[in-house]
Design a protein around this ligand. Structure first.
Ligand SMILES: CC(C)(COP(=O)(O)OP(=O)(O)OC[C@H]1O[C@@H](n2cnc3c(N)ncnc32)[C@H](O)[C@@H]1OP(=O)(O)O)[C@@H](O)C(=O)NCCC(=O)NCCS
Length: 399
């Protein structure tokens, strides 16, 4: 492998259950910073071999960095989580790929020896901070036609992918969405998803205190007829619906990264080994195609081909953009290597937090499949980007 520097491993990952954004959602009265703090505390609790003072850096991603997602969230999270005051932290933003960027940026620091251990985290409370809150796009975007107006509405960019690739029909998108619901329901029934959830206290004015223990967005029992009947909010007679798109969600994630030699020294688990990563820009009007060139670049850097990838965790911002990647590589829509425990269409997509959910899922996929050596986590990003990270399975048995 052409990787330079020290080997970097993903030691562990956790998340809060994801919620539905909005006044009726379970986190309506829960602060975003409290959610991410909970995940960081859980990581430390689950990894007692890690002395807290050995954490060299914390990077927390959020797309909207104001209010309870502002004030250099990485550093405020350190203080709120009760970590030693010597631990530094900062915030990071690449919209949906925020936590992926936190991971790769910290991994780079580990690789060159600046850090031994670091925490990458992400949070998005889309109820408290709806998409686009407080943004002030430069008028030149429009006056100089730098981007198509569609680029500012993610749903429109998904409709554009349906236009661009007519073989990616609404029927295929709905079938993919249904499978995501079914796989999520099965993974829940098998107790697979719960393993990496941290329950968190919630409260509402009506019901008082409660505990969030499972994801709120999934809709088990969805049928293909239900999906076919949904409105197409982004375009009359369009193809993108609330059923084949990820929803608007609240949630937080955190992942522990370490130099492999330090993980060995401290006796930490090794769930994923970083192989390569790439971020690539694409036409913002079809931002969902981003994972294709990002994956191409990450594969090239790793000296691998798509045939070497045995498991895929692809963020389901919209069914059609996942299908675009699968189609590009000639992978069947229902290939069992793809999102084996379901994905964002069912479980939710709290923007900047989602990448660490993908990594946490891939870590569990790898445990179940020691015969698989390499896996991919990939996602599209608003304003036209793709993000891909290739990981090696530390449990690979060489068979
Ligand atoms: C698509 C979108 C606009 C829908 O928003 P919404 O209308 O608030 O969504 P809802 O959850 O209320 O669902 C709308 C309707 O579909 C129904 N529905 C949704 N999923 C369903 C399913 N799987 N089965 C049956 N019905 C379903 C809901 O019950 C609701 O019905 P109602 O209108 O009768 O109450 C919104 O989820 C969205 O913008 N998603 C994309 C988010 C995004 O861009 N993320 C970034 C990606 S880069």
């Amino acid at each position: 492998m052409p990787q330079a520097g020290r080997s970097v491993v993903f030691v562990d990952g956790v998340r809060t259950p994801f919620g539905k954004a909005g006044p009726k959602g379970m986190y309506a009265e829960t602060r975003a910073d409290d959610m991410v703090v909970k995940t960081i505390r859980e990581l430390m609790r689950r990894n007692p071999n890690l002395p807290p003072e050995r954490v060299d850096e914390i990077a927390v991603a959020a797309t909207t960095q104001i209010g309870d997602q502002g004030m250099t969230l990485g550093r405020t999270a350190v203080i709120l989580a009760g970590l030693p005051e010597s631990v530094p932290g900062y915030s990071i933003d690449r919209m949906c790929a925020g936590a992926m960027t936190a991971t790769t940026t910290l991994a780079g620091g580990i690789g060159i020896g600046a850090y031994d251990v670091a925490i990458a985290a992400g949070v998005e409370h889309m109820g408290r901070h709806p998409m686009g809150e407080g943004v002030d796009p430069n008028p030149r975007f429009v006056s100089e036609r730098l981007v198509d107006m569609d680029a500012l509405s993610m749903g429109n960019t998904a409709e554009n992918i349906h236009d661009r690739f007519p073989q990616l029909t609404k029927e295929r998108a709905d079938a993919f969405a249904l499978a995501s619901q079914n796989k999520t329901a099965k993974a829940y029934a098998d107790g697979k998803i719960q393993r990496d959830l941290v329950p968190i206290a919630i409260r509402t004015g009506e019901l008082g205190w409660g505990l969030a223990t499972q994801d709120e967005p999934p809709r088990p029992g969805t049928t293909i007829e239900d999906l076919a009947a949904l409105k197409t909010p982004f375009r009359p007679h369009g193809r993108v619906t609330a059923g084949n798109a990820a929803g608007l969600n609240d949630g937080a994630t955190a992942g522990l990264l370490a130099a492999e030699e330090v993980a060995d020294e401290l006796g930490l688990t090794k769930k994923l080994r970083l192989v390569s990563y790439a971020f690539v820009g694409v036409d913002p009007a079809i931002m969902g195609i981003g994972p294709v060139p990002a994956t191409e670049k990450a594969l090239a850097k790793a000296g691998l081909t798509i045939d070497d990838i045995g498991l895929f965790e692809l963020n389901e911002a919209f069914a059609v953009q996942v299908l675009a990647l699968l189609d590009h590589y000639g992978i069947a829509d229902d290939d069992p290597r793809v999102n084996p425990m379901g994905g964002a269409i069912a479980v939710g997509h709290p923007l900047a937090s989602s990448a660490i959910r993908l990594m946490t899922y891939l870590a569990r996929d790898f445990e179940d499949h020691p015969e698989v050596r390499y896996g991919l986590t990939s996602m599209c990003v608003g304003l036209g980007q793709g993000a891909s990270v290739i990981w090696e399975n530390p449990h690979y048995d060489g068979k």
